[in-house]
Design a protein around this ligand. Sequence first.
Ligand code: SF4
Length: 286
Amino acid sequence: MSKKTDKYWDIGWQLMDGCTKCSPGCLHCWSESMAARLHAEDIYVDGCPGGSYNWHGTIRLNHNRLKIIGGKPKTITIWNDPFHEKVPFGFIDRVNAIIALCRQHTFMVLTKRIERMEKYFVAESSKLGGFTERIIRESNRYIDNKKYDEFYEYMRDKQGILPNLWLGTTIETWEQWDRAKILSEIPAYKRYWSIEPLLGEFPHQLPPEKTDWIIIGAETGQGRRPCKLEWFEPFIEYADLYNIPVWVKAIELNGKIVKDITQFPKFLQRRESPTFTTENTEDTKL
Ligand code: SF4
């Protein structure tokens, strides 16, 4: 993981197109502007580039992208919000089956719809037959009988917590702090906060909630909103108190966005990450 770039992932997995705005951080949604640019008259956005445009809530699930991902270990993020209300849990089961089968990679799953993530992993889990059972069932689509037994043992052993599936939530202002609380309640190998875009002041001495990584940054791009350097302080203090790695993506300095950390104030020169699953030697191959 290079500290020279603000990018902490290797590839994006575009499993769904479309979304709906649900939070202050969605205002300048990057994915929406890409959809407007690539499919101006298409089904996902009203309006067109150059004028105003808006998701209109159509979601397309890209079933053709649900396949085993080979190759060298990578960090993979899923585009858009996989816990959007229109993404069925059955689809998420298939995604997780692939994640469980491709364990040389680390998958980072980020949502603003943390209640629905909790519903999937906790509240509905037993009702739907249990996470482990569902993933084992879905794995049938991707492996033959010979590998199935080994996979079955693996899943039983992990008891519903996949070491290469990291769960995260976005928190842009103090108003969204409840998401940190809910994330704490979801069983996960690693949890992370994406404080991006950082849009306001948070109290110092943040209440303790479980996280293994803090990714934080100012809003970038056209129409970006201001971001004060002191807004970063509570998160840096929290990280130091609980010994949590911090990845500072971008800051606003003298009215400009800066991504080169050598230009950051000393206290923000942090591009740290937890040990990625793919850096472990165990559990790397099926
Ligand atoms: S949840 Fe993510 S993808 Fe969906 S509108 Fe908001 S920023 Fe865009």
